[in-house]
Design a binder for this molecule. Structure first.
Ligand code: FES
Ligand SMILES: [Fe+2]
Length: 339
């Protein structure tokens, strides 16, 4: 089980997930309702009505409020009750907890931490993934019954691609496995970010790398793309993990395509291929790893170490370092409060 880093923006949902109705989604162990008001504002409230504790997400959006489906109390985006069918004035004493939200380019971000710090912390800028004005995103959501750190471990160690993804990315061949076996690998830290970099010998300039940045963003980049159909361009994928509970995770992934350069069915093919690779291969494997690891942390379990693991371990140590900083800062604050 991995403790959480606070005071960061985490991805809560894709905008496309709240088009038709409110979405119930547990974040960091707490049930939330994510919805869009009639004027278009995205909001995240705890999914518990203060009256008789019904879930709000099966309710309706009415104007700028969400209506509790049980007895019709309505709550605004700030969580304040603004209407009661059974009293002249809405009860103001109790409100639903609301959380800071930022929406940009179809990403609905959720602030996990002290609410007063949200406005001074920029959300991750992911615009670089659009290499041309005609780049489009293929967005996926996968649920994973595992600690989010296991998802990050997996991406910082790309050499599994040739084996685990033999039937998807390698199209039933040993070609990719051989590229990794013949390639050279190094990992390094770059201003707090961790990079795992593979250089391949089969084509000049061919490489694949993953960069992790706190708390849970992994940027995967390939010097040439092995997807179907293969292409010369650099390929960028984004992977974002948001804890649902200590042992389950919302796994968001973005692949890109270019409407000017790619075949008309490219997006569909990549969506199908990545679904197979990420869900049937990665997530299925990670869930069994979680079963086998139980409550253990990779750094404490003395696993067999191979040279390909250095990026994963650097990332684990960098994450633990940030957690230590967070804990010592919290302890300092407590000392000051008690002084
Ligand atoms: S439980 Fe929500 S209005 Fe009664
Ligand atoms: Fe994978």
């Amino acid at each position: 089980m991995t403790a959480y880093l606070r005071n960061y923006w985490y991805l809560a949902a894709w905008a496309q997930e709240i088009v038709e109705k409110p979405l119930g989604r547990t974040l960091f162990g707490k049930p939330m309702v994510i919805f869009r008001t009639e004027s278009g504002q995205a909001a995240i409230l705890e999914d518990i009505c203060p009256h008789r504790f019904a879930a709000l997400h099966p309710g309706r959006v009415i104007g700028e409020t969400i209506e509790c489906p049980y007895h019709g109390l309505r709550f605004g985006t700030d969580g304040q009750c603004s209407h009661s069918p059974f009293s002249e004035k809405p009860p103001r004493a109790q409100k639903v907890t609301s959380h800071p939200v930022h929406e940009e380019d179809g990403f609905i971000w959720f602030w996990y931490g002290d609410a007063d710090k949200a406005t001074c912390t920029p959300v991750p800028d992911l615009g670089f993934a659009r290499q041309t004005p005609t780049t489009e995103f293929i967005r996926a959501y996968n649920h994973m019954n595992a600690d989010f750190m296991l998802g990050i471990d997996n991406l910082l160690e790309l050499s599994h691609v040739g084996f685990l993804h033999r039937d998807s990315f390698s199209q039933g061949t040993d070609t990719l496995a051989q590229s990794f076996i013949n390639g050279t690998f190094r990992s390094y830290e770059d201003e707090g970010k961790i990079v795992s970099h593979w250089k391949f010998s089969d084509e000049p300039g061919a490489y694949a790398q993953t960069q992790w940045q706190a708390p849970t963003l992994c940027i995967v980049e390939k010097g040439f793309d092995h997807s179907i159909p293969p292409r010369e361009r650099r390929m960028i994928g984004l992977h974002l993990f948001t804890p649902e509970t200590e042992k389950s995770t919302h796994y968001f992934a973005v692949e890109t395509y270019d409407t000017m350069f790619d075949a008309p069915d490219y997006a569909e093919q990549v969506a199908t291929l990545t679904k197979k690779a990420f869900v049937e291969e990665d997530v299925a494997t990670i869930e069994l790893i979680q079963r086998n690891m139980g409550d253990g942390d990779l750094l404490d379990l003395s696993p067999l170490l191979l040279p390909i693991d250095s990026g994963t371990f650097r990332t684990r140590r960098a994450y633990r370092h940030l957690l230590d900083l967070q804990e010592s800062e919290a302890a300092r604050h407590q000392e000051v409060a008690h002084a």
